[in-house]
Design a protein around this ligand. Structure first.
Ligand code: PHE
Length: 448
């Protein structure tokens, strides 16, 4: 157990875990879901979901990880030996496999667009961005190529280990991400019409809020904070016993939310109002169209897609780390072999997703990538989060949970703090997630 690795400091953990949370979910999914659901009003609902439902689950995952010092499967086996709760951990490892396979496809697009941007192919050519994107998406060989490029980058970081791979990458990449965002925000705010985009984004239109919107916001909060599949259990397992998990959970939640909101301040001012078209193509088509029309658009495009690639990489790393930690802790494998083997298999599993955007007719018709996102990114995460709440509330026991949380967290024992956590874990979180889960299963409707 000694050679499992540990973060070098609290800041190291906060950067790595924020890196996991901050990803395509923030820069790509959050703005387009917000765009399609009434702008500012959706942001408010999202904030509510983050702090009322998701935040307590972040604490739950970190406590389970730090207490057991194991991968998600080992964590449940350690805390509840002889029971079947480890299946929740196993589902988390499967979710890591599943999410990473299609996530790397979209992450690969960001690298492809950086290359296109540098070579001038994005902004100079007089090809319509929509045509450019659909041709690229339908090119199976290129899709697979970039999927493997991104998978190799992920494997490279994970091989480095907890401190010298994951943490080191986050220490460099996250500040860079923040800097690039600030540069872009300052720039887009000077564009003509930017104010209309800002207005759409911050003036809430409550008529757009209904139960569907609320559930979308909740699903997005889960995905964005990397909850429900043991990523935070795994990252928490590398934390020392005296860390204040409450404040760690808070910082990660705060930074993730901040970056999602800032991403909106790039996209909506650049669009100059409510998006006319939403969905996954918002960034790759609509925004590229904007880049073609503004001064320095070529450079801005490269900066933007670099920022997205960075965000994606620190997330793919955490997804692969869940699978790798499982292979190390449960199967006794060496880190390098585990990371390469798992990374390679996951990239192979990503191929059908890569071919489902036009390259293969059958995979395109069933929308393979979207199906994967629905099953793993929606169902598995919400189900996992639900079961983790039940685990703490009814199996492990809230008292044991609080006892472990109290090492390092001085709030434990204060009546309002204990009371809040109790209500959240016993009632609010399981109930809210159960409704979301039922909705997902009954409607079969993806939140993405
Ligand atoms: N949170 C990441 C994002 O927003 C995605 C992710 C989900 C990463 C689950 C790890 C685990 O892009």
């Amino acid at each position: 157990m000694d050679n499992r690795g540990e973060w070098s400091s609290k800041l190291g953990f906060i950067l790595a875990a924020s890196g996991s949370a901050i990803g395509l979910g923030n820069i790509w999914r959050f703005p387009y879901i917000t765009g399609a659901n009434g702008g500012g009003a959706f942001v408010l609902v999202y904030l509510l979901c983050v702090f009322v439902v998701a935040f307590p689950i972040m604490i739950v995952e970190l406590v389970i990880g730090r207490k057991s010092k194991k991968d998600p499967v080992g964590a449940f086996k350690t805390i509840a030996p002889g029971s079947k709760w480890w299946i929740i951990g196993a589902m988390g490892v499967m979710a890591g496999f599943g999410i990473l396979s299609y996530y790397s496809v979209v992450a690969g697009w960001t690298v492809a667009y950086i290359v296109k941007g540098i070579s001038g192919g994005l902004t100079v050519s007089n090809l319509d961005p929509a045509v450019l994107f659909s041709r690229f998406a339908a090119n199976g060989k290129l899709q697979i190529f970039y999927l493997f490029v991104f998978s190799a980058m992920t494997v490279y970081v994970v091989i480095g280990g907890v401190k010298d791979g994951i943490e080191k990458a986050a220490r460099v990449l996250l500040p860079l991400l923040f800097l690039l965002m600030v540069v872009l925000i300052v720039y887009v705010l000077t564009l003509p019409g930017a104010i209309n985009g800002v207005k759409f984004y911050i003036i809430p239109d409550f008529s757009k809020i209904n139960s569907h919107t609320i559930l979308m916001a909740m699903g997005q909060a889960f995905f964005s904070l990397s909850l429900g599949m043991g990523a935070m259990i795994t990252y928490g397992s590398y934390l020392p016993d005296d860390d204040d998990l409450f404040s760690s959970a808070f910082y990660v939640t705060f930074f993730d939310t901040l970056i999602a909101i800032l991403a909106g301040f790039i996209i909506f001012p650049a669009l100059g109002g409510a998006p006319t078209k939403s969905g996954p193509s918002l960034v790759f088509v609509v925004l590229v169209d904007v880049f073609r029309k503004i001064p320095f658009g070529g450079v801005i495009a490269v900066i933007f897609f670099t920022l997205m690639a960075i965000a994606a990489l620190t997330s793919t790393v955490s997804l692969l780390e869940v699978v790798t930690a499982y292979l190390i802790d449960e199967k006794g494998m060496e880190r390098k072999k585990a990371a390469i083997g798992a990374g390679f298999l996951i990239a192979i599993l990503g191929i059908p997703s890569a071919l489902s955007l036009g390259a293969n007719r059958w995979l395109t018709r069933i929308g393979f990538l979207d199906k994967m996102d629905f099953i793993f990114g929606n169902i598995f995460l919400t189900f996992g989060g639900f079961m983790m709440c039940l685990f703490v509330a009814y199996k492990w026991g809230l008292e044991c949970f609080l006892e472990h949380l109290s090492e390092g967290c001085q709030h434990v024992g204060k009546p309002h703090f204990n009371g809040w956590l109790k209500i959240a874990i016993y009632f609010i979180c399981p109930l809210a997630i159960a409704i979301l889960l039922l909705y997902l299963i009954l409607t079969g409707e993806s939140l993405g």
